[in-house]
Structures are given as C-alpha cells and as structure tokens.
Design a protein around this ligand. Structure first.
Ligand code: XMP
Length: 329
C-alpha cells in the first residue's frame, strides 16, 4: 500500500461526510489490496478492531475471518455484543473461542501483577495462533494499528508489535492490512459511527488489554472476578442512567483480595469490599478524580452491597495520578 503514512496536510476526519469519504476510499484500497484472498482478524470488540472489522466486512464480506477470544476477563455482555453486532447484524464470518477455563486455569494462584499480564498476553497469542493454524489459504492479517501507535513506536515509547507478537511461523505467513493506520483515535470513532457501529462500542471508555484481571488484584479467583464483573456492570448501568456516560473519562470497580466483617439480616458476614474509581484526564499522565454526588454514591453502595454476591462494603478511591496509577496493577 502506498498510504502507509499520514499525509502532513491531511484534514482531521471530524464530520460524518469526511468519515464517509474515508470509508469509500478505504473500501477501494482494501479491495485492490486483498483481491479474492482471505483476511484474518483478532476482534476484541474494542474500538479499533471493531472499526477495522466493519471496514473489512464492507470491503470484502465473507473473505474476512474474525476471531473473538473470550479470555474470561471481559466485561459483562461484551462477548455477546461482539457476536450480536458482527455475526447476527453484519453477517460476518466470526469464530468465537471460549478460552475462559484455559486462561483462568493458567492464572490460578498467580499474584504477581507483571506475571499476570505476561500470562494473559502469551495465552492470547497462543489461542489466536492455534486458530490461525487451523485455517488454510489466509493471506492477510488485519490489525487495528492507529497513528499514535506508529508515532509512539517511532519515538521509542512503546513497541508496536507487527502482527501482534505472533510466533514467526504464523506472522511470516501473512501480509498486514491496517486500514485505520493513519487515523487518530477520535477519527477512528467518527469512522465507526459512519459505519453504523453502536455507540456502546465506538464511544466506550478505555479498557485495558488484560481486562478485569487487573481489577481483581492478586491471584484471580472465579468468585472474586465475578464480583468485579457484576459490580462493574452496575456501575456502568448507573453512570449511563445518570447522564455520566461519556462525561466521565473512565470509571470502574476493583475488588481487592481481603475481607472484612459486616452484618446482614442480623448475621455476621465476612466479605470483600468493592472499590469505585471514577477519573478524568486529557493525557493519561495526570488524572483527576470525578467527585460523585453523595446521593449517587448512596445509591451505588445500596445496589452493589445488595446485588453483588461476596461484597459487604463499598469504598471510593479519591486518589489522583500521581501518586496512584489509574489501574491497580
Ligand atoms: P495507568 O494504570 O497506567 O493507566 O495509569 C492509564 C490508562 O491506560 C489503561 N491501561 C491499559 N490499556 N493495556 C491497555 O490497552 C494495558 O495493559 C493497560 N494498562 C492500563 C488504563 O485503563 C488507563 O486508561
């Protein structure tokens, strides 16, 4: 492809009309590049991979093979949404891999944060590579690389993994297809909207690759992970209902690995606390805390302590970054 770099004078794609124009151009370029061959894509359901999938579906339809790996650390409803949007509504060729047990078994008893991240990353590559090896005649690998990835990798800030760190025998089989490579994040969102992707996918808050795994500090257990997932779902539902979705930059819950005494129906309980973190930032280097109203906090405390098994206390994290980071691990 000749459009590997963002032209210096390229206008910011910030209107539906400009997004449409980009989509038309990309569809032509993708058809020219791909011809009658097949493309493989790891589809997480995040903004970038979802927009790449939607573009490729428009351009080459069933020649695209999407692989969605459920590693058990996704938010409530995420795998279902990927299947609904891409398989049911867009009629995509989608392979859904339920790797929940595989990931959680590998992570059992592992409490070191870096080791947890490493296991999640390695296992993801293994699962994806296994699926890739099963498929014959795939020439291309789609990737949701965006322009800041290229800039950061050129500046030596973050390694940009070509072919997502896949083993050489797999990576060398493919040519890369990176249709949003020259776009900034806000432009990817604009293109996603023009492609008809739902707002819950296109405008969603940042979510780390290791998923809920970093919000279940220490060794992950299935019951504590479920408490993170359920409390996160309640928090997201309440933020949406109260007009805070899209206004607050990132909000989530953490369930730490310690218990405290409580009381329910006159009986002693001994359960985990749930920590609420809601923050705002422009550059992610410095982060401020969103000050939630007392009534809203009361409501969240009530819902989380009554609806989430294993939680008997709710705490609010009021720490900016620095000194704290956004995530706990
Ligand atoms: P920290 O914890 O470093 O987080 O202050 C800053 C922002 O980055 C997100 N984050 C990640 N995103 N993979 C990602 O794609 C990761 O491993 C990861 N770790 C943190 C975090 O959610 C926050 O928005």
């Amino acid at each position: 492809m000749d459009n590997l770099n963002r032209p210096e004078n390229m206008a910011r794609i910030n209107t539906p009309a400009l997004a449409e124009q980009f989509i038309e151009e990309q569809i032509k370029a993708l058809r020219a590049q791909i011809g009658n061959d097949k493309v493989l894509l790891a589809l997480s359901g995040g903004v970038d991979s979802s927009v790449v999938a939607a573009l490729l579906i428009k351009a080459v339809g069933k020649q695209l093979v999407c692989v969605h790996v459920n590693h058990g650390l996704l938010r409530k409803g995420e795998p279902e949404q990927v299947i609904k949007v891409f398989r049911d509504e867009m009629n995509a060729n989608l392979i859904y891999v339920d790797a929940v047990d595989r990931f959680l078994d590998k992570l059992a008893g592992v409490s070191d944060p870096e080791q947890k991240r490493h296991i999640i990353g390695e296992e993801f590559i293994d699962v994806f590579a296994e699926e890739a090896r099963k498929l014959d005649g795939v020439k291309f690998l789609g990737q949701g690389t965006i322009w800041p990835d290229i800039l950061e990798s050129e500046a030596g800030i973050k390694a940009h993994h070509n072919a997502g760190g896949l083993p050489e025998d797999i990576a060398s089989r493919f040519e890369l297809v990176e249709p949003v490579r020259i776009l900034f994040k806000d432009e990817v969102r604009e293109v996603g909207r023009a492609l008809g992707l739902p707002s819950s996918m296109v405008d969603r808050q940042p979510f780390p690759g290791p998923g809920l795994g970093v919000r279940c500090p220490g060794a992950i257990t299935r019951d504590r992970l479920e408490a993170v997932r359920e409390s996160d779902a309640i928090l997201r539902e309440e933020f949406a209902k109260n007009g805070l979705e899209g206004k607050v930059w990132q909000y989530f819950t953490v369930v730490p690995d310690f218990k405290s005494t409580g009381v329910k129906d006159g009986k002693r309980t001994f359960n985990w606390p749930c920590i609420i973190r809601a923050i705002n930032t422009t550059d992610v280097m410095e982060v401020t805390v969103e000050h939630l109203s007392a009534d809203f906090i009361d409501h969240l405390v009530k819902r989380i302590t009554t609806e989430v098994p294993g939680i008997n206390r709710v705490l609010i994290d009021y720490t900016p970054k620095p000194p704290a980071t956004v995530e706990y691990e």
